[in-house]
Ligand binder design. Structure first.
Ligand SMILES: Cc1cc2nc3c(=O)[nH]c(=O)nc-3n(C[C@H](O)[C@H](O)[C@H](O)COP(=O)(O)OP(=O)(O)OC[C@H]3O[C@@H](n4cnc5c(N)ncnc54)[C@H](O)[C@@H]3O)c2cc1C
Length: 293
């Protein structure tokens, strides 16, 4: 199994920022995955998995460990009866295509989520009132100790959260869906995509929602909009003029620019609303938000 060194992670994030990983591997089967995890274990290197990098902010200095990107069998998707069987590296778009062709509904909400099955499990990704926990039956998690199948409860899925930790790789997942005519699925997807297009930046380099919605009458986006932050720019990163809970790479942004914007947004939300916003985007490498005073 080939392991590369010093691979630029900016190529693998939708924001297009981030430094190199010390090591990078693309296992295509469970056996190869076990092999690279053992390789990292022997060298005491931390391991992180990357999907489509659509919810990931990687430190400009990179990640001093092994980054795993699943391919081959571990990025395939198929349908068996009323179940979607997918590799952790399978793109949601591919899975949606498979289930639509098989006349299975329940996965349409994922049309708005440009990630992979494994990233979705890690994040308990969701939209429009549904999320991974709603349809996930079990996920196969592999770490240096071997492989085991875990249920949504065992994964600790809640709002944009799981109990998974780096070093645990979602290799495969199985979802329970229900029969729905293909035309109805297409109509549902078209409706959700139109809603998305009307409200969020869809053709910009972003990593999706920056902050989780707080327990407040205002969403994080509405709150930051009320703070006057739409269009606010630091370096090459700017708060989307379209939706204030998105950060866009408006030029030559680096991750430090995005972190500085996030720090400013949190400061203003605390000042104006007394709310401490928590970030939804995942950090990889050494990245820290300054404490709120
Ligand atoms: C335009 C846009 C719109 C978005 N809209 C939504 C939305 O509506 N709802 C929503 O929930 N999210 C949304 N997102 C965020 C993002 O798409 C989701 O969180 C997605 O599930 C991340 O998947 P990924 O494969 O890209 O994961 P990555 O961003 O690559 O990784 C995210 C986290 O998951 C971990 N991870 C990834 N794959 C695995 C694996 N196989 N095993 C173990 N850990 C893994 C990573 O280590 C990291 O901690 C949006 C993003 C963009 C850019």
């Amino acid at each position: 199994m080939k392991v590369d060194e010093g691979v630029a992670l900016s190529r693998f994030t939708t924001l297009g920022t981030g430094g190199p990983s010390r090591a990078f591997a693309r296992p295509e089967s469970l056996a190869e995955l076990a092999e690279v995890l053992a390789w990292a274990g022997e060298r005491e290197l931390p391991v992180a998995t990357i999907g489509l990098g659509s919810n990931l902010l990687v430190a400009d200095k990179g990640f001093e460990g092994l980054v795993v990107k699943l391919g081959g069998d571990l990025a395939e998707a198929s349908v068996e009866g009323e179940r979607l069987l997918a590799g952790g590296g399978a793109a949601n778009a591919v899975c949606l295509h498979r289930v639509r062709a098989a006349g299975l509904g329940g996965f349409e909400f994922a049309c708005a989520i440009p990630g992979t099955i494994g990233g979705g499990v890690w994040m308990n990704a969701g939209a429009y009132g549904s999320d991974w926990a709603t349809i996930l039956e079990r996920a196969q998690v592999v770490d240096s100790g071997g492989a085991r199948w875990l249920t949504p409860d065992e994964l600790g899925l809640s709002y944009r959260h799981s109990e998974l930790r780096h070093g645990q790789v979602v290799a495969r997942a199985e979802f329970g869906l229900a029969p729905l005519p293909e035309e109805q699925i297409k109509a549902n997807v078209a409706r959700l995509q139109a809603l998305r297009k009307a409200a969020q930046p869809t053709n910009k380099r972003t990593f999706g929602s920056v902050f989780k919605n707080p327990e407040h009458e205002l969403s994080a986006g509405r709150m930051l909009e009320a703070c006057g932050l739409k269009g606010h720019r630091i370096g090459g990163a700017q708060i989307s003029p379209r939706h204030a809970n998105f950060i866009e790479n408006a030029g030559e942004a680096c991750s430090a620019d995005a972190v500085a914007l996030m720090a400013e947004a949190r400061r203003r939300a605390l000042e104006q609303f007394g709310v401490e916003l928590r970030h939804e985007v995942e950090f990889l490498g050494h990245l820290e938000l300054p404490p709120l005073e």
